[in-house]
Each structure stands twice: as structure tokens, then as C-alpha cells.
Design a protein around this ligand. Sequence first.
Ligand SMILES: [Zn+2]
Ligand SMILES: [Zn+2]
Length: 361
Amino acid sequence: MPHEVKGVVARGKGAPVTVETITVPDPGPGEAVVDVQACGVCHTDLHYREGGINDEFPFLLGHEAAGTVAAVGEGVTNVAVGDYVILNWRAVCGQCRACLKGEPQYCFDTHNAAQKMTLADGTELSPALGIGAFVEKTLVHSGQCTKVDPAAPATAAGLLGCGVMAGVGAAINTGGVRRGESVAVFGCGGVGNAAIAGAKLAGATTIVAVDIDDRKLEWARQFGAIHTVNSRATDPVEAIKGHTNGFGVDVAIDAVGHPAVFEQAFHARDLAGRVVLVGVPTPDMQITLPLLEVFGRGGAIKSSWYGDCLPSRDFPMLVDLYRQGRFPLDKFVSETIGIDDVETAFEKMHHGDVLRSVVVF
Ligand SMILES: [Zn+2]
Ligand SMILES: [Zn+2]
């Protein structure tokens, strides 16, 4: 029988979100219904509300979530009722050309639920990133459920479903940070600080955090930054060279996604270094780089999709590292809030007052 539950909906471009009654169908073949326990508020949710992703309103927001599997459809074998899972937005298909090449982290045909959740009047909802988890129950493809150790609290574990994984993965998967390397991270919100924590986890010895907000730089220190640079006051490229014997860093990570920042990251790396873009640009943005420098510096310029993660490999590992006290997942949780407080949380996030607000159910 379909369920009627409360969920957070963005009805139109720029309009404040509202809490509505959502109808969640029983899971069909390959699908699962999950009782959401906690879901973080991410910039991408705000981006949807502002019409920055697409115009397929109304959106059911929320996508950084953990919960318990409540029901599974026909043919589901990877999870069972009662399993504790983190939701992911890249359920790999196993059959596309990336998967067949043995690179499922790049899967070009990821799965989402085939059925739609709806408003009470039958209007179909577009779930944010194919999840939609500011809701008591949600319908997803079973591949979007990654089973992890239930001892990790949902408020922290859920964050691995998006921002924290993107940041950690930018450092350890895309950037391939190794022991003893130097890393600079531009932008110290949730994703940037996760990249800093990832660099620390990988054994980087020099970690430089760059931001224009001193509060965020203070957070960055708590996640493992050794040096901080306020780029409003100081040229970050010069400062980074100053911390690396004049050479620049092995890995420069742009967690902002802005041309000026990307250029700083490009120029702040050492010869043969890697530049990683994990911040998401907008369609109007362009960059111009000196081509001789692109060649002459060698190394690599890489984009990081969702931290190039493989949820089945990376989520349980990071949860285990968290449980062992080696990865500070709970430090990303600034506050827990109710389902009615998402609009207020957007304000706080926009002003940089919080790293993550997390809705608990
Ligand atoms: Zn695939
Ligand atoms: Zn997100």
C-alpha cells in the first residue's frame, strides 16, 4: 500500500520550500523504500530551489541521507528489510562502456527508481539527485542503498552520501594524494573540509587551506589544515609557494568551482602536480589558461565526479574509519534540525554560519 508522509518540496524557482504530503508508492522491481533517519542540507538542494539545475519543478529536496530499508521490490538482492544504509546518487549499472572497462566509478548510466513519488493531487515530483530524502520515507533504486555498520549515527553517516564523499574522494580518489605530499584546498565549506580531512587521512604532510572567511579557515584547521590563507588579504598562490619551498603543491583542489579560484589552483601547484576540480561551476563560466603552462607544468588537470567514488567500496570503509576514530565524520554536523527548518538552514548555509545542518526524523 502506498504511504503518505511529510516531505520538503520546492514548488517554483526561488520560492521558499514548503512541507507537503507526499505519496510514496510500494517498491517496484529493483526498487526499495527507505525510512529516512537523517538527511543533510547541501548547497545542491538550494541550487535546485533556485532553478540552477533544471526547470523540472516541483522538486522533492534532500539527498545526503541514511536510514533503514522498509520494503524492497521484486528481484532486489543487495539489501533486505531492516538493513541500515546510506543513500547514494550513483547506482552503477554494470553494463555501460565505463562499467565494462572496469571503471564503474565513472558509470554513464546510473540507476534511479522507475516509479515517481507524487504530491497528494498526483503531481509527479522530481527527486533531488534522483533521491529526495527530506521526507520520512523515500523511494529509490536498490542500487542507491549502500549497507554500512549500523553503529554509525545517521546524522553523520548520511553526509557520506554527497558532500563529504565528494571532498574526501577529490583528495584520495581523483587527486591520488599520497603520504608525504603537499595539498592545497580552495574553499573550506563541507566539500573543501572533507578534502582536507581526506588529505590528512592519506598522509599529506603539508595541507594549506584557502578561503575568504576566517571562520571557515578555523574549521579547516580542525579538519587537518596546517596552514591557512585568507585570499581576500593575501595572494594564495604566493602564500602556497611560501609554504612549499617556493615550488607549489603536489595536489591543488578547487572546491569552489569559480574561474578565478581554478586559475589560482592551476598556478599554485608544483611541476607534475595535479589540479582537481570538485566545486561545481555554472554554465556561464569560462577559463583562459596559458597553453604553454598547461604543457610545461605537466601533471594533470582532473574533474572529480562525486569524488570518483564507488559507494559500495568507499562508504563502508569511511564509516569503519570513523568508528575507529580515524575520520572525523561527526565534526561536519553543525546542528540537527526538524523538517520544518530547511528554509532557515538554507539561510545559515548561504551566510556560511554552518558546515552542515542535518534534518532528523
Ligand atoms: Zn555503468
Ligand atoms: Zn549534495
